[in-house]
Design a protein around this ligand. Structure first.
Ligand SMILES: *Cc1c(COP(=O)(O)O)cnc(C)c1O
Length: 373
């Protein structure tokens, strides 16, 4: 017998998530070192020294179960955001929160709206619980088409809408006004998961206070992560802010110890290290200019990005991705996002960005050369 057949059809039809290629894997394959990974939007500065110190300290009590309630981390969040403890949910990465939202509120047959080219986990989390996803075509420029998403949610009596702001892999941004207009138009029984994984990368003039909207919109779930600007992707910590009743449901489907003790300690320290986040932001701003200027110089189109990565259009994207690998640079193909002619590159250190641009130029030269043959 085929054991896959034992799984429900909606599980069998899930297309597995395609992660960025790990450095160690490419090292094994090619036998080269000095590889630059710009494939998973990680923080090129690593983790802050304060969070590393907190991890060392936390290891001393690793034999004990973590605080299943995550009091200290929640307390740090509560104090900064002015919300109650009962409106915070901690997750094993914010990925966990996207899944908890789906698991807590969706049943087989429920409809879920998200945008084309939106973060892949929305479709995965939806399918895993047997709900059906409605992918709304993007607006011009690959961004979310909020009016069309609003209509789709209402017309289909959707239970949930996923919105990424900024979105990954496109880097597109929705203004506070556009988001508020969307929330105002949406029936209160439709939940909105607003995924703000890249919130900390927004320039000053684009920042908005979504947390204050929670009072007005009890159907809003805001998710954020320590994986990107805080440099803790390997630890897996994220959080959701939502109405207390919504939070209650998220916590009922949560594993009791979903965030480990080292991760909790590191996240508290990272959250308090405001200067590290600022440094990360500034490095990213400079790197974004460096990379987009480089892409322009090479005659490549890119989508203006508000995250720590940028998608660019390039002929023969799959072949180009492989050539870049051979040159020791890992980027991310995004054909699985319905963007087969595009690659996504994360913003790295200045030297890493330079290595990427040099490799790209070389790979493009090889392509032209190859076509002549
Ligand atoms: C990276 C990312 C996340 C979450 O990552 P975690 O490591 O699970 O916190 C969530 N949403 C988007 C859009 C992302 O790009």
């Amino acid at each position: 017998m085929n054991y896959c057949d034992l799984a429900p059809s909606y599980v069998r039809s899930i297309a597995p998530y395609q992660p960025g290629k790990p450095i160690s894997e490419l090292e094994r394959e090619l036998g080269i070192t000095g590889i630059v990974k710009l494939a998973s939007n990680e923080n090129p500065l690593g983790a802050s020294a304060a969070s590393v110190a907190a991890m060392h300290e936390a290891i001393k009590t690793i034999a004990l179960y973590p605080d299943g309630n995550g009091f200290e981390l929640k307390d740090a969040l509560v104090k900064r955001y002015g919300v109650t403890h009962a409106s915070v949910t901690l997750g094993n990465g914010s990925n966990d929160l996207l899944e908890l939202s789906a698991r807590a509120f969706l049943a087989p047959g429920d409809k879920v709206v998200y945008s084309a080219h939106a973060f892949a986990v929305y479709a995965l989390a939806t399918q895993a619980v047997g709900a059906s996803g409605i992918s709304v075509p993007a607006a011009q420029g690959y961004g979310h088409d909020l009016p069309a998403m609003l209509a789709a949610a209402k017309d289909n009596k959707a239970k949930m809408v996923f919105i990424a702001n900024p979105n990954n892999p496109t880097g597109t941004f929705l203004s506070a006004d556009a988001l508020r207009k969307f929330m105002r138009g949406l029936p209160a029984e439709i939940l909105v998961v607003l995924d703000e994984a890249y919130n900390e990368y927004l320039p000053e003039d684009k920042r908005y206070d979504s947390v204050s909207w929670l009072k007005e919109y009890p159907n809003l779930i805001i998710s954020r992560t320590f994986s990107k600007a805080y440099g803790l992707a390997g630890l897996r910590v994220g959080y959701a802010l939502a109405h207390e009743q919504v939070t209650d449901m998220l916590n009922r489907v949560r594993q009791p110890f979903n965030v480990n003790s080292v991760a909790q300690a590191a996240a508290v320290a990272a959250f308090r290290d405001v200067s590290f986040v600022k440094k990360t932001f500034e490095l990213n701003q400079r790197g974004m200019v460096q990379i987009t200027e480089g892409l322009t110089r090479l005659g490549l189109e890119y989508i203006p990005s508000f995250g720590n990565f940028v998608a660019f259009r390039i002929g023969g994207a799959t072949a180009m991705y492989r050539r870049l690998l051979e040159l020791g640079v890992i980027v991310r193909p995004i054909a699985n996002y319905d963007m087969p002619d595009w690659l996504r590159v994360s913003i790295g250190l200045e030297s890493e960005n330079a290595k990427f641009l040099a490799a790209l130029e070389k790979a493009m030269g090889q392509q032209v050369h190859g076509e002549k043959k």
